[in-house]
Design a protein around this ligand. Sequence first.
Ligand SMILES: [Zn+2]
Length: 395
Amino acid sequence: MRNALLPLLGFVAASTIMSTAGHAQQNRVSERQAPPQSGQKAKNVILFLADAGGVATVNGASLLGYGEPLRLRIQKWPHLGLSETSPVDAFVSDSANGMSAIVTGVKTHNGVISQAPGGARGKEDGLPTKTVLEYAEQHGLLTGVITTQSIADATPAATYAHSNDRRKWGEIFSQAFTPRFGDGVDVLFGAGRREIGEQLAAAGTSFEQLGRTHSRPIHAALADVQANERRPVVVADQMDVRAATLKALDILQKSPKGYLLVIEWDAHSDDPREGLQNVVDFDKLIAEVQARVDLNDTLLLFTADHSFGLQVDGGRRGEELLAGYDVWKAATRDKENDLVRLKNVMVNRTHTGEEVPALAIGAGAERVHGYFPNTYLFEVMMKAWGWEPDAVPGK
Ligand SMILES: [Zn+2]
């Protein structure tokens, strides 16, 4: 009975949040029914975020990587839910709202980074909504954020920054050095060096100056991190997420109180081979990480910030999933076609509104089941640690 009610309650919670946007923070958690009790608390949480990695993309990745469905490691995880990603005022989410909702428990507008929906994109700030990373910092845990993308791009930004516009990369990145809780994100590895550097320069500063001011060098490559650095920052042109993750774990796993690690790997399938291969590679990394942690005290959570318009709509077993890809790539690579039409795969190259997978294993993973708004994943992480959110989370 309890389980049967959950999807309905999740829907009610989402509707309430959308209809009373100004009071979203107060409504954030209370409407959803208490999940099943578990004796196992998490010391550590690792959130794997496949950007644009919807259900069909995960399916396609297994077919591309292994020629068969259900071959990804994450597809063997015991707990699965479907996470609804929309912003407060539309059907389809971008990364800013999508990730903000996951890490703060508050849905907002597209383009807005971890602020309540009372503001306006690019014009007016909403109240900052407190992120799981900020809670982790407040509780004395170590924290890390890693991405294949710009470290100031919307998805990683939502964990450590608050901004009314996702494009303000200079402002967003600088916030990593002026944290509201604890000493801020401890391990920060991502790309975007040129663009962030340009925005810093426009604001009259630089990586060097920022690093000097905060006694924290901002390296241009992972290889430049010194062996004894406990809080390394790397903003590179390209980030090797596997190497970055293994290096981060070396540091974070020494934390006596535990850690939060957020890893984003892009899974947009505008180019279907690149997008699906990214998910295959991410899944292999997840398997490596899983082998390094104790699932009795660590929650592993995989999800996406929004879905994407890729579909497998043909093909026979044994056939190449992406038959015709090379011809498409050579012919249309630089064209702005909205549609990719391969023999067995079609990509409507845009974000889509349907729910995305949320997969979990480890301490507190049993709370992931049924349909729910993506804000529920904030609760899943908080409850795994045994933490209650602040009464007014934006304060
Ligand atoms: Zn995204």
